[in-house]
Design a protein around this ligand. Structure first.
Ligand code: GTP
Ligand code: MG
Length: 352
């Protein structure tokens, strides 16, 4: 179970160790000194008492946010759904803060953070999951009720079943007259998706209907997933995408899954290296450190930019880090059928 020592927590929260210690002692849970290892619930007691919210997520998380990807056939409404989810959230919580298009973002729902990744290569993440490295915890399968089950819908059903990904079905476009919900449900059943066992909800991604129900289903599903992560470990995670910015140079959006990455931390991915010189949240806000489950964009890359889909690891032990980071983690690499592999690769690269 992840922990932090009292002294370390105080340093990170930038409050006096005495203060932290006194809060803990007042709880009378057990005995504490500056070296005591404290766990999630205790950390939460301290931060609640100090009135510190999630502004320093890396200190708080021992259970990281679930990582949710949205999949489905072309034009069934994936992007619209993500936009609606993000915008609702932006409107409610951070007015005006998010302006740029972001491919990953965190939605706050009933006090919990849920991370969405809009990576066109999400098929790749299912592949990563299959290899034991968790990235996609939950899948939302979007189906257009006017069109019903289509080839890519079947492909996603196959992935969900093969990798046993907890899933929620979003029966989309119910605002349209042509929407035929019963027929769509029947087709899903016929294609092996047991709607008795998999939660589903009728939505309109466009109008925003029932998105709160969808979020609740996602959160409920995430309760069944082990999201515990080690804050003290060497940071590691995945590269989601890369870009360039005028003053910062090459950027990579990363999804850390373990440890805390800070300014100055060295990470490596493939043949590239990065001494982190800036960390940007999807909102554009600059932070000094980032914890597991929170996507962010980092600057400071050398020797080019890393490849999306690859693992990154903190390069404290440079040799190990390089070896591990080289493991290709995309689905197309795993796909045995050559033609399929090429198609997947093309899709992944094209949408990037
Ligand atoms: P690809 O990225 O190309 O695979 O498509 P997508 O799944 O991201 O679909 P997208 O969100 O781009 O939606 C395709 C079209 O369907 C757009 O014109 C949307 O406005 C429309 N659309 C999506 N959701 C809804 C909905 O709930 N109701 C209606 N009426 N239209 C929708
Ligand atoms: Mg799209």
């Amino acid at each position: 179970q992840p922990y932090v020592r009292v002294l370390h927590l105080a340093e990170k929260l930038q409050v006096s160790p005495k203060k932290v210690l006194s809060i803990l002692i007042n709880t009378e849970i057990r005995e504490y000194n500056l070296a005591t290892k404290i766990f999630h619930s205790e950390i939460k007691l301290v931060t609640d008492e100090l009135g510190i919210g999630q502004s320093i997520p890396s200190v708080l998380i021992t259970r990281r946010p679930p990582i949710v990807s949205v999949m489905g056939h072309v034009d069934h409404g994936k992007t619209t759904l993500l936009d609606s989810l993000r915008n609702t959230n932006v409107a409610e919580n951070e007015p005006g803060l998010i302006t740029q298009h972001v491919s990953s973002f965190v939605v706050k729902f009933e006090g919990r953070d849920v991370t969405f990744i809009d990576t066109p290569g999400h098929a790749a993440f299912a592949g990563i999951r299959g290899r034991g490295a968790k990235i996609n915890d939950i899948t939302i399968l979007v189906v257009d009720c006017c069109e019903g089950v289509q080839p890519q819908t079947k492909e996603v059903i196959r992935l969900i079943k093969e990798f046993r990904i907890p899933s929620v079905v979003a029966l989309n476009k119910i605002d349209k007259d042509e929407a035929n919900i019963e027929k769509t449900e029947q087709e899903l059943q016929e294609n092996g998706l047991e709607l008795m066992n998999i939660p589903s909800v009728q939505i309109s991604a466009l109008r925003g209907d029932n998105l709160d129900i969808l979020m609740r289903l996602v959160v409920t599903e995430s309760d069944g997933v082990n999201l515990d992560t080690d804050l003290g470990g060497n940071p590691f995670g995945f590269i989601l995408e890369t870009s360039k910015a005028r003053y910062l140079g090459g950027l990579a959006t990363i999804l850390p899954l373990r440890g805390i990455a800070r300014l100055g931390t060295i990470i490596s991915s493939g043949r590239t290296l990065c001494r982190i010189k800036a960390i940007l949240l999807p909102s554009g806000e600059k932070v000094k450190e980032i914890g597991p489950g929170y996507p962010c964009t980092i600057a400071g890359w050398r020797q080019g930019l890393p490849n999306p889909g690859l693992k990154f690891i903190s390069a404290e032990k440079l040799v190990d880090a390089k070896r591990m980071a080289k493991v290709p983690a995309n689905l197309w690499v795993l796909e045995k059928n050559k033609r399929k592999r090429q198609i997947l690769k093309k899709l992944f690269l094209a949408e990037k």
